[in-house]
Design a protein around this ligand. Structure first.
Ligand SMILES: NC(=O)c1ccc[n+]([C@@H]2O[C@H](COP(=O)([O-])OP(=O)(O)OC[C@H]3O[C@@H](n4cnc5c(N)ncnc54)[C@H](O)[C@@H]3O)[C@@H](O)[C@H]2O)c1
Length: 256
């Protein structure tokens, strides 16, 4: 039997980039998965087909995670389709690449709603369901090196990820008595659609690779494998922690 057989997971922003890799990783480990998406239903359908070929099951749900009612829909679909909820991955996220001086009110509101408000209410709604089930659970937040590391020119994004860091730690303490473990995965630079403009610019790519000690961006699967670990028995004593998966980026030496 696979490690996550019988477990049910929800992954937000699950039909592209890191989210799609997480969906596949959890399914490969035996979980049944609710794939949240807002666009590109064809990519979601393709994932469902792949998962069926792995011998597991997935269902796509169109839900805008900046809306609490849509998060409730994700959890209720997990329960109505698969009978329970064990793992909730807060993966969806956006950035505006704008500074303190030029971020508009609507840009600020959108980034904070999709990245941080969603993670807060997903934690609340998922945890209420897990408490009802009396079998614990896992909540995993996909943050970033920027939960800790300032990025001039991407202020609202850094704020949102810093907020997710404190959400991870605080919710972990509140939910520990219920056996619900709350952790975060903080990727460095990953080759996904969010980085398309950088990936299309060879000079920028060379500059980026040169500051990453491992010398390259991560593949989405390299982040997903860590989420798979945090979802399973090997991580049974981990809570309130972030695992940074950044090729050494945060600890680079300035070479002086
Ligand atoms: N790629 C990187 O270098 C990198 C680095 C650190 C952290 N991250 C984080 O990883 C996560 C996934 O990003 P990615 O790199 O795979 O990029 P991506 O753009 O492929 O994924 C983001 C996903 O979020 C979804 N999304 C956006 N708004 C939504 C909404 N309102 N409701 C539901 N879903 C919504 C998008 O449709 C998309 O599927 C994000 O939280 C991002 O901040 C990425």
């Amino acid at each position: 039997m696979k490690e996550l057989t019988g477990k049910v997971a929800v992954v937000t922003g699950g039909n592209s980039g890191i989210g799609a890799a997480i969906v596949l990783e959890l399914a490969e480990r035996g979980a049944q998965v609710v794939i949240d998406y807002v666009a590109h239903p064809e990519a979601e359908n393709e994932l469902e087909r792949k998962i069926a070929s792995l011998g597991s099951r997935a269902v796509g749900v169109k839900a805008d995670i900046s809306l609490v009612a849509d998060i409730e829909l994700l959890v209720s679909r997990a329960v109505s389709t698969f009978g329970q909820l064990d793992i909730f991955v807060n993966n969806a996220g956006i950035e505006t690449r704008t500074s303190v001086l030029d971020t508009s009110e609507s840009q600020y509101d959108k980034v904070l709603a999709i990245n941080l408000k969603s993670a807060f209410f997903s934690t609340q709604i998922a945890a209420r369901q897990m408490i009802k089930q009396e079998a614990g659970g896992r909540i995993i937040n996909i943050t970033s090196v920027h939960e800790d590391w300032p990025m001039p020119g991407n202020t609202a994004y850094c704020l949102s990820k810093g907020g997710m860091r404190m959400l991870t730690r605080t919710a972990a303490l509140e939910l520990a008595p219920h056996g619900i473990l709350v952790t975060a995965v903080g990727p460095g630079a990953v080759a996904t659609p969010i980085n398309l403009s950088t990936m299309k610019d060879p000079a920028l790519m060379q500059k980026l690779d040169s500051v990453i000690p491992l010398g390259r961006m991560a593949k989405p699967e390299e982040i997903a494998q860590v989420v798979g670990f945090l979802s399973g028995g090997g991580a049974s004593y981990m809570t309130a922690a972030t695992l940074f998966v950044d090729g050494g980026l945060m600890h680079q030496s300035p070479g002086l």
